[in-house]
Design a binder for this molecule. Structure first.
Ligand code: FES
Length: 104
């Protein structure tokens, strides 16, 4: 099963199994990852699922589209070049080993 490594705001790391086809936001909620709320359920209207994708993985997760980019302008923690909304990333075998930083 593919795995995701989460770099948490307290400096610790967690590694979780994530089924292919699951969104990263859903995986965060399933695994009690702090700071990821997913208030809108993944319909791209809350920006409470913000993550920083590790630079080495950003090409594989892909760029945010125009709608996602607009929502990244209203995140609590300012966006970075590798920011994504985790509800818009779907786990796949190609993303096995994905590393994400969770904003504080
Ligand atoms: S869960 Fe609301 S934008 Fe991602």
């Amino acid at each position: 099963m593919p795995t995701v490594t989460w770099k948490l705001p307290d400096g610790s790391e967690r590694k979780t199994d994530v089924d292919a086809g699951t969104t990263i936001m859903e995986a965060a909620l399933d695994n009690d990852i702090p700071e990821i709320i997913g208030e809108c359920g993944g319909c791209l209207s809350c920006a409470t699922c913000h993550v920083f994708v590790d630079q080495a993985w950003f090409d594989k997760t892909g760029q945010p589209d125009e709608m996602e980019e607009a929502m990244l302008d209203v995140t609590d923690v300012p966006k970075r070049a590798t920011s994504r909304l985790s509800c818009q990333i779907t786990m796949s075998d190609e993303l096995d080993g994905l590393i994400l930083e969770v904003p504080a």
